[in-house]
Design a protein around this ligand. Structure first.
Ligand code: B12
Length: 310
């Protein structure tokens, strides 16, 4: 995830979005709502971010991950020394750094190739070593975006082309889920009632919700991970029993992406936020109550933004 060749011209919105692990639309929203965007625009309407702009956005994201509401995070980032490297969390539970900025895990491709090789060889200890190294050094969001996703994506493409690698997909997912589950839980979570994370009914791709649980743990947010293939009635029951401030539902495949059932989930008092992610959802049929996100970083930001109201 290196920057584009012409750094002098600044980074495009897409390059900055990729670097931060958020959707381009999120950057546009932050610019529109909070005035934190590119300070210079090149010809026409092209938006170009200077290194200082990027540093400010990284500072804002660190503050959001540390629990600040986005507006407040933007204000502090705009006021403060641009892009100072200190993290407001310092060392959280387990000492994992907040995953923003700097070089990316596997940015030279070596780590991605190493994990892919270990996966193809079904070498679980080597996979776990590579995953733990990236998680410990870069934090969950960067390890996920910079290392895990490229390898998963490559193996998925290999499977699509050959019909093979199903054993590899299973073992790699099991090892990565184990490493993500080992990220320490927050000692003193910011929320009393855990956020609920679930896969849609019959959805077996649970790894993204493991990544989300781990990223939330790094942000000192308690989450209850219900896992794969959660029946609608089971999720409804968990909502009634725990009264979460937010619920996240993942759909990876079109077969699990019909959102009709989401409207039947029970309400809570105080009201809960419903957030959905994954390429499976039929976006134009989502109920108005469901907020879609486009990346792990955005899911963390969206779910933490409602905690103040819980
Ligand atoms: C690992 C894997 C499995 C494992 C899952 C194990 C587990 N515990 O998760 C197993 C082996 C069980 C499996 C099963 C199947 N799989 Co599969 N699998 C994969 C693989 C390789 C990785 C999945 C993954 O975790 N990806 C990482 C994700 C998050 O990548 P992504 O969706 O591209 O993510 C981006 C956005 O969605 C976004 N985003 C937006 N919002 C949010 C919010 C959060 C919180 C996050 C994290 C990200 C995010 O950011 C991303 C990057 O992070 C993918 C290949 C791939 N490219 O994904 C195939 C893939 C998803 N599988 C596929 C298929 C077809 C299947 C099966 C139907 C196969 C079969 N014939 O049985 C079954 C599924 C049955 C079911 N009903 O669920 C297809 C889906 C095709 C499609 N378009 O529907 C894929 C794409 C492979 C392929 N190229 O054919 N699979």
């Amino acid at each position: 995830m290196g920057g584009p060749p012409d750094q002098d011209a600044g980074l495009s919105v897409g390059a900055v979005a990729q670097r931060l692990g958020v959707a381009p639309s999120t950057l546009r929203t932050w610019d529109r709502r909070y005035g934190i965007g590119p300070t210079r625009r090149s010809t026409g309407t092209h938006r170009r971010y200077t290194p200082a702009d990027v540093a400010r956005l990284e500072a804002m994201q660190r503050l959001i991950l540390a629990g600040a509401p986005p507006g407040e995070a933007a204000r502090v980032a705009l006021d403060g020394p641009s892009g100072g490297p200190s993290s407001p969390r310092g060392h959280g539970a387990g000492g994992n750094r907040v995953p923003v900025g700097g070089t990316t895990a596997g940015s030279d491709g070596a780590e991605v190739r190493g994990l892919a090789r270990a996966a193809m060889a079904l070498d679980a200890p080597a996979m776990a070593r590579a995953a733990r190294t990236a998680l410990g050094r870069d934090g969950v969001v960067r390890a996920w975006n910079g290392l895990f996703v490229p390898v998963l994506d490559g193996i998925g493409r290999k499977h699509a082309a050959t019909g093979g690698c199903v054993d590899v997909e299973h073992l790699l997912s099991t090892v990565l889920a184990g490493c993500l589950a080992a990220v320490p839980l927050p000692g003193r979570p910011r929320n009393a009632r855990p956020v609920l994370l679930a896969c849609a009914p019959e959805e077996q791709h649970s790894l993204p919700v493991y990544a989300l649980a781990a990223a939330l743990a790094e942000a000192d947010v308690a989450a209850s991970l219900l896992g794969a293939r959660v029946p609608a009635r089971a999720l409804a029951s968990a909502i009634r029993r725990t009264g979460p401030s937010a619920v996240f539902v993942w759909s990876q495949t079109a077969g699990t992406g019909d959102p009709a059932w989401l409207d039947g989930l029970p309400a809570c008092r105080p009201p809960r936020r419903l957030v959905v992610g994954g390429p499976g959802w039929v976006r134009d049929r989502l109920p108005a109550s469901a907020a879609p996100v486009d990346s792990l970083g955005e899911a963390v930001a969206e779910l933490t933004s409602v905690l103040g109201r819980s």
